[in-house]
Ligand binder design. Structure first.
Ligand code: DGY
Length: 381
């Protein structure tokens, strides 16, 4: 790919099948005679460079829209999952086999076996900020760049977190189901009694960009905000954001609402399990719009069933999309199909950033959100 780009100004466009001055067969790779060499004007040179990208073959596992694909097809040779239903690992591997770049979702697993089956692969671009689906070490040893989409979905994910928090605190899904079932007989003094959010204590585990966006909203509800991070923030930053550091046990014991905003890694697998739930208040509400696997779903279901804690709002699950059906039997849980970043504007921004990463990498430039700088030196070209 980059070899084609380097040569593109001196060769007589043997790869530019669409160029109007190109009369040679696009498959003709015989060296051009000096007389045949055309020195292209700047504008056409740019066009030649642009069409050179078409040589790069890319796979898009979950395109956000047809419009996005139209745009991509201008620049690349694109294979896309236009049906929308997820490909199996094997199908993904087969389709990726001849590709230079992948635009994937956080639900697509990139591991050693896939990388071994994709010798031309140069870059893997997650259309997600979380990247626990990508084996970064496996990418780096093979010189494959990996990227994600940080920064563009923080506010949208914080909104969804709050939607879950309010919905569970005020029992909205239950009340909504009740209405739809035609069960409402009139106003009563004791129906769907919920919990106050205002002036309560919010405990945020993982105060990064999204956690901070959640904390900022909490101040509008006059809440006290505790946070727990591996590394405590400076006092100045804590003051600036109105947040108080707490050890994990203290946060679990004191918070009325506990919201998770840390990335998943094996080190934090089941960070919230039976033992941690046992430390929470019986009135506590747990919200998880970060990643499945941070919470032990079996332990959570048991705790919700026995009312050890009051409620949970979940956008993510272990082994998505096959979530534990025990949740379906419970009224005190709101469950959503991993839609934290699902607004038109944000999904578009995520896709655009992913395409920016892809385009840069395939042009031999360092992508803006490179996850494995270790791969840069020995990147595939
Ligand atoms: C992310 O960006 O990691 C989200 O979970 C995907 O929507």
């Amino acid at each position: 790919m980059s070899g084609d780009l380097k040569n593109s100004c001196t060769r007589p466009c043997s790869f530019t099948g669409t160029h109007r001055e190109n009369t040679r067969d696009t498959q003709d790779h015989t060296p051009a005679s000096p007389a045949a060499i055309i020195v292209l004007p700047e504008s056409e040179r740019k066009e030649t460079l642009r069409t050179a990208f078409m040589k790069a073959r890319i796979l898009v596992t979950r395109p956000p829209s047809n419009a996005a694909l139209v745009e991509l097809r201008r620049r690349f040779s694109v294979e896309a999952n236009e049906q929308g239903s997820a490909w199996s690992a094997e199908e993904l591997r087969l389709r990726a086999a001849d590709k230079d770049g992948l635009l994937i979702s956080g639900a697509d697993r990139i591991d050693g076996p896939l990388l071994d089956a994709t010798p031309k692969l140069k870059v893997v671009c997650n259309v997600a900020v979380g990247y626990n689906n990508i084996d970064l070490a496996a990418c780096s040893t093979r010189g494959v760049l990996a990227t994600n989409t940080p920064g563009v979905l923080d506010e949208t994910t914080a909104d969804l977190t709050w939607a879950l928090l309010l919905a569970t605190a005020r029992r909205l899904p239950e009340a909504e189901r009740f209405m739809r079932a035609g069960q409402w007989q009139g106003w009563r003094g004791d129906t769907f009694m919920g919990r106050d959010v205002h002036h309560a204590t919010l405990g945020i585990i993982g105060l990064g960009r999204i956690g901070l966006a959640v904390a900022r909203r909490a101040h509008g509800f006059s809440m006290k905000v505790l946070y727990h991070n591996r590394h405590r923030l400076s006092r100045k930053v804590e003051q600036q954001w109105g947040v108080t550091y707490a050890t994990l046990p203290r946060l679990l014991r004191t918070a009325d609402f506990i919201s998770l905003h840390l990335p998943y890694s094996p080190e934090v697998h089941h960070l919230i399990g039976e033992k941690q739930i046992a430390q929470m208040k019986p009135s506590a509400v747990l919200v998880n719009a970060a990643r499945g696997g941070l919470v032990d779903d079996v332990a959570l279901i048991a705790a919700l069933r026995s009312r050890r804690i009051a409620a949970a709002g979940l956008d993510v699950f272990e082994s998505e999309p096959n979530f534990n059906s025990g949740f379906l039997e419970l009224d005190n849980v709101a469950i959503l199909p991993h839609i934290g970043s699902a607004t038109q504007v944000t999904r578009q921004a995520m896709f655009q950033l992913a395409v920016k990463n892809l385009t840069a990498a395939l042009a031999g430039k360092r992508p803006p959100s490179l996850l494995n700088p270790a791969a840069w030196k020995n990147r595939r070209r």
